[in-house]
Ligand binder design. Structure first.
Ligand code: 5AD
Ligand code: FES
Length: 329
């Protein structure tokens, strides 16, 4: 079952009787192609200011109830430095789409972090081709930008004033510029169909994504989707497992959203195809404010605590923490 057709993917997604078999197969493929090492990426959430209004996201600009923050460049650098001291080999810089960080400001941050001998991933949204080129020239290695859903109609409903084709343009630019490209989707958006989730998986395969992050939709009370129920943990896990079965040697995170709706979610994900975890290395004063969705894990924990916690969990399932940069094998 290695070359799955769309209808086979749909059948698997619909049939819960096959779950254990699918999760086991994804775990075996993970072991064979990327091994037992888990790559840790230190995540810095450096600004929760966003010009967009994604219907599902708590950081949308229409949400006036959250306190906004920006971490200044010098402070971002010191968070990165601390993360490197904790042993992280990759730093991920994530934020809302915040125009305060101009091309020049970002390039300066990138260059300074690259002096610490780490891989650097950006997750800062849709930018121009020239911006992406400048970040790459400054030293950025990877870029995460989820397609969120490949269903154009649903994409339009979920993202007022955004353009699906521009999202595709971003992914194409990033690939052509030589980044390792990460994408992914949400599972459980309103009106999302099983067929469109199958399309999402085939899309990851088509663009040959180097990394794919998948998480359940989690309803945020200060968004238009406040009355929509959360996505299913098991379905999100199955989309992730199928992605591993098809793309084999890519990097797949056990996402924070998985752990938010299941107390053992990251470990279950690591045993169903995932090989990456992205612990938060933002200082505690900001963590609770980066409220993409409610009840996010670790909001009262420190970078040191999370590092120790996750390493303990990884070792408890017989896996190890990787010491290399964790590029795609
Ligand atoms: N529930 C789950 N995931 C969410 N994201 C944004 N809002 C939510 C939510 N309510 C995800 C998006 C985005 C990533 C940074 O967080 O997929 O790409
Ligand atoms: Fe943060 Fe476990 S990873 S406390």
């Amino acid at each position: 079952m290695m070359n799955l057709s769309k209808s086979e993917i749909i059948d698997i997604l619909k049939d819960d009787g096959q779950n254990d078999r699918v999760f086991k197969l994804a775990d075996e493929i993970r072991k064979k192609y990327v091994g037992d090492e888990v790559h840790l990426r230190g995540l810095i959430e450096f600004s929760n200011i966003c010009k967009n209004n994604c219907k599902y996201c708590g950081l949308q600009s229409k949400n006036k109830t959250i306190e906004r923050y920006r971490i200044l460049p010098d402070d971002i650098i010191s968070l990165a430095e601390k993360a490197v001291e904790l042993g992280y080999k990759t730093i991920v810089l994530q934020s809302g789409e915040d125009e305060f960080y101009t091309r020049e400001v970002m390039c300066n941050i990138i260059k300074r972090i690259k002096e610490f001998d780490v891989a650097l991933t950006l997750s800062i949204g849709e930018k121009s081709t020239d911006d992406y080129k400048a970040y790459k020239d400054a030293g950025a290695d990877r870029y995460l930008i989820r397609i969120e859903t490949t269903d154009r109609n649903l994409y339009k409903k979920m993202h007022p004033n955004m353009d699906f084709d521009n999202r595709l343009r971003c992914l194409k630019d990033l690939r052509e510029l030589g980044y390792e490209v990460g994408t992914g989707c949400l599972v459980g958006l309103p009106e999302q169909t099983i067929s469109s989730l199958a399309d999402d998986i085939l899309f990851f395969e088509k663009i040959n994504a180097d990394m794919v992050g998948i998480g359940p939709f989690i309803s945020h009370p200060q968004t238009p989707l406040k009355d929509v129920p959360n996505g299913s943990f098991t379905l999100a896990l199955k989309v992730m497992a199928l992605t591993r079965i098809l793309l084999k040697n890519i990097n797949i995170p056990a996402t924070t959203a998985m752990e938010t709706i299941n107390p053992n979610g990251r470990i279950i994900a690591l045993q169903s195809g995932a090989n990456v975890v992205m612990p938060n290395v933002t200082s505690s004063e900001y963590r609770a404010k980066y409220e993409i969705y409610p009840d996010k894990i670790c909001i009262n924990d420190s970078p040191t605590k999370c590092r120790g916690c996750i390493e303990g969990k990884i070792k408890s399932i017989g896996r190890t923490v990787s010491k290399d940069y964790g590029f795609r094998k």
